[in-house]
Design a protein around this ligand. Sequence first.
Ligand SMILES: Nc1ncnc2c1ncn2[C@@H]1O[C@H](COP(=O)(O)OP(=O)(O)OP(=O)(O)O)[C@@H](O)[C@H]1O
Ligand SMILES: O=C(O)C1=C[C@@H](O)[C@@H](O)[C@H](O)C1
Ligand SMILES: [Mg+2]
Length: 193
Amino acid sequence: MTELIEQAPPTLAEQARAALGKRNLVLIGLMGAGKSAIGRMTAQALGIPFIDSDHEIERVSRMSITDLFAAYGEAEFRALETRVIKRLLRSGPRVVSTGGGAYINENTRKHIRRGGLTVWLKADLDVLWERVNKRDTRPLLKTENPRQTLENLMNARYPIYAEADLTVLSRDVKKETMVEEVLAAITAARPRT
Ligand SMILES: Nc1ncnc2c1ncn2[C@@H]1O[C@H](COP(=O)(O)OP(=O)(O)OP(=O)(O)O)[C@@H](O)[C@H]1O
Ligand SMILES: O=C(O)C1=C[C@@H](O)[C@@H](O)[C@H](O)C1
Ligand SMILES: [Mg+2]
């Protein structure tokens, strides 16, 4: 007698993994959007490696981002960021969380768009501010009115982040919920035109 073997339907993570294929998943968005936190958990769910470009920059330069900005200025930081991200995206699949300004730099954006499927974690000002005002590790926010600076960055950058393949709304829900929404977005992704 033939035995009936019931196969469990693929989980959301398995569906997303299949949809991603050999591509990298690249998280973009402003400071505090959750790129590092959600990126790490998404990689775990997908069973692929995770790398954070800010951490990688700090590792290769043996300096903190704050010290890099202070010693060499933003332009040098951006040049290093471009080189690091280009290298990180050379092999895949992996989840790469980028620094907030990476996708805004034209050269880095070119590498990111070639290097994988992009997800913009989009958050409103209150959510971002609530998260970033607790730490002073972000050199661009060392201004007289950091909340206003963050708002100015939103206005300047959101039209550019909007070019991402996928957008997921980052808000005050459980991180696990955010990960599920990222996985669902990957699963539903249409090929780029
Ligand atoms: N859904 C969430 N709910 C609550 N807290 C969150 C959520 N997502 C992220 N956070 C928290 O917000 C803070 C900022 O998140 P994270 O460092 O991942 O942002 P980021 O986008 O990587 O920022 P940056 O560009 O500065 O590296 C962290 O303390 C993180 O744990
Ligand atoms: O938004 C930005 O331009 C930055 C965000 C951080 O992730 C770091 O990459 C750095 O502080 C610059
Ligand atoms: Mg980060």
